[in-house]
Design a binder for this molecule. Sequence first.
Ligand SMILES: O=C(O)[C@H](O)[C@@H](O)[C@H](O)[C@H](O)COP(=O)(O)O
Length: 260
Amino acid sequence: MSAHHQPPNSPVLVSFPDKDALQTNLAAFISKAQKDSIDKKGRFTIALSGGSIPTILRGLIPDNQIKWNHWQVFYVDERVVPLDHPDSNHRACAENLFSQVPIPPANIHTIDPTLLDDLEELSDSYEKKLIHEFAQKDAARFPVFDLILLGMGPDGHTASLFPGHELLAEEDRWVAYIDDSPKPPPKRITFTFPVINHAARVVFVAAGKEKVDMISNVLDHPEKGLPAARVKPVFPGQLYWFVDDAAAAKVDYPRTPFKL
Ligand SMILES: O=C(O)[C@H](O)[C@@H](O)[C@H](O)[C@H](O)COP(=O)(O)O
């Protein structure tokens, strides 16, 4: 086996000169993914993260080829706050994207805001929403999202899966809760690794020089086992890293020219 041998679905790293180019090309990638999914099976299932993802999604607003009524949207992780709270990932996505495009509100699957006092019930009810959407369609043991969008925190966390946390080992549940998130707010629900790793496409989005060391830790040294390095979609699932040149400045991992 050569030193450069990589399994067929190794991560694909694409880097763009700046955040604007990243935003535009990510939008083109999402647009193509939704077209391929809708052509094949009449719907597109996508899960969104918080952090910088909601604003970058504004790149989709000008695209009038998108078939919004075929989208089914979930949140990879969500902060346990009311849906109109400034910390809510749903609120951020609604303000940046959903209020600007003709997506039917029923296609956006939020946490149940009546269950905020009971984390167990809240995560169970979100898991049921996933079961309802995926049962007997694309799921066997786990749902198969067409696309999952992730960010990576400065400690290598992704979704609400933090370094050293017991949830990293969760193998059965689809959705779990935490009440001790080191990134505020402390109470969150999150998809587990098996759900993330069964998606058809998973995309990490990371921009800016603050990410430069952590991207190298994750892509060049997966053996460190940081949460972001545990995102390894099951074949034929494919992982992509969409980054800007500032974030990619130190990584040795080979870049791939971007093509749709
Ligand atoms: O709701 C959240 O807090 C996120 O889903 C979280 O996992 C985020 O994606 C990372 O912390 C990266 O955040 P940035 O994209 O802002 O760096």
